[in-house]
Design a protein around this ligand. Structure first.
Ligand SMILES: Nc1ncnc2c1ncn2[C@@H]1O[C@H](COP(=O)(O)OP(=O)(O)O)[C@@H](O)[C@H]1O
Ligand SMILES: [Mg+2]
Length: 369
């Protein structure tokens, strides 16, 4: 099935969070791979579904001895662990020393991810360039998604990284190159600038898709840090995440949410079936691009005022697609923290703050409901 790789040109715009968000909302079976050579941290952010901590030594590390011989794609799932919320994670390496020691085995891992049956593979690749150790993952990806913030520095760095990666992967390839796209992580006040940020990438993003913006959401981010969040499905990060995930899914040939359940299964965008998919998926045209971020106009519609935030060219997401993570059922407090306090009783400074915030949220809504 498809391999979608999330990366950033520089800094920490939210690649890991966006990959976790995408995995938690993904419309079909998927496995999330923590492949940031700087060191995996997804397993440190969320506990396992059964409340125990993630075993950080099981994942890429335990796959390496197999990769030295021959790694059957189906064996990948034996090394995954199910996180709170239902995401299957292949935990990452300890840091750059281990990541460099992997050497040519990155190629073997990349091949296994492409061949994994029955699951899409979502990869958090951290920062990536042509000589990055994990670069083979980019070679075998179907879609490479740059995550960026709406800042001049991110525009400049993403432009040059996109240009370099595309020339490395697309130029001279025999139709087997990955597609490219961009997600902007933007605070609510910056949300209107997300699309013009993408447009500011100019020629570098020609042919790349804009998958929309994910809200930089101070409250909702706790979902991905093992915290307790009231009505997670209503947070800006999840609502905007749904729209972005629908756009990503559409790009790799998963049917649009409106058609789910009625349409024939869409063509899958594996390397093998890519040409077929190209015909099946309408490209999203790139906007004419101003050359400087400072000159661009805000988007005409205030997306954050709408009930559901929409990315250009996407259908309204179906509520049926809400995963376990945001259903409210699977959100107990992280087990490493003290157990959740009974109503009205605080358990820790963090819980007190949370409870006070939730209390405020509720009382501020009382008058309205
Ligand atoms: N959508 C978001 N809303 C709120 N905070 C975010 C969001 N995305 C990232 N962050 C915060 O920004 C910081 C960097 O995020 P992270 O996902 O680790 O970035 P990266 O993987 O690019 O280094 C973290 O503190 C994270 O909590
Ligand atoms: Mg990261």
């Amino acid at each position: 099935m498809a391999v979608v790789l999330f990366t950033a040109a520089k800094g920490a715009p939210g690649v890991t969070t966006t990959a976790m968000l995408a995995a938690s909302l993904w419309p079909r079976s998927a496995v999330l791979v923590d492949a940031d050579p700087a060191g995996g941290d997804i397993g440190l952010r969320l506990p396992l579904a059964d409340g125990r901590p993630v075993d950080m030594n099981r994942g890429l590390l335990t796959l390496l001895p197999l990769a030295r011989r021959s790694l059957a794609a189906a064996a990948l799932l034996d090394h995954s662990q199910r996180l709170l919320g239902g995401t299957d994670l292949i935990a990452g390496l300890a840091g750059p020393e281990q990541a460099s020691a992997v050497g040519p085995l990155w190629n073997v891992l990349a091949g296994a991810f492409s061949d994994l049956p029955g699951h899409d593979v979502l990869i958090d690749a951290g920062n990536l360039h042509g000589s990055s150790v994990q670069f083979p993952l980019a070679r075998s990806a179907d879609l490479i998604v740059f995550v960026m913030r709406p800042r001049l520095a991110d525009v400049i760095h993403t432009r040059s990284r996109l240009t370099a990666l595309r020339s490395e992967l697309v130029t001279g390839s025999s139709g087997n190159a990955p597609d490219f796209g961009v997600i902007v992580v933007a605070a609510d006040r910056e949300f209107r600038e997300a699309e013009s940020t993408f447009a500011s990438l100019g020629e570098a993003a020609e042919g790349a898709r804009f998958f929309g913006a994910v809200s930089r959401d101070k409250r909702g981010i706790d979902i991905f840090n093992g915290g307790t969040v009231h009505r997670p499905e209503r947070t800006h990060i999840v609502r905007t995440g749904r729209v972005v995930v629908d756009a990503l899914a559409q790009a790799i040939g998963i049917e649009a949410p409106a058609a789910r359940g009625t349409a024939k299964p869409a063509a899958r965008k594996t390397k093998r079936g890519k040409e077929q998919d190209r015909r099946a998926v309408e490209p999203v045209p790139t906007k004419a691009a101003p050359t400087d971020l400072m000159e661009v106009k805000p988007m005409p519609t205030d997306l954050m005022e709408k009930d559901t935030v929409m990315a250009p060219g996407t259908a309204k997401p179906a509520d049926a697609a809400v995963p376990q993570l945001v259903s409210g059922a699977a959100l107990p407090a992280r087990p490493q923290h003290p157990p959740a306090a009974p109503a009205g009783q605080a358990a820790s400074p963090m819980s007190r703050k949370e409870l006070r915030k939730l209390g405020n949220d509720r009382s501020s809504k009382k008058g309205r409901s």
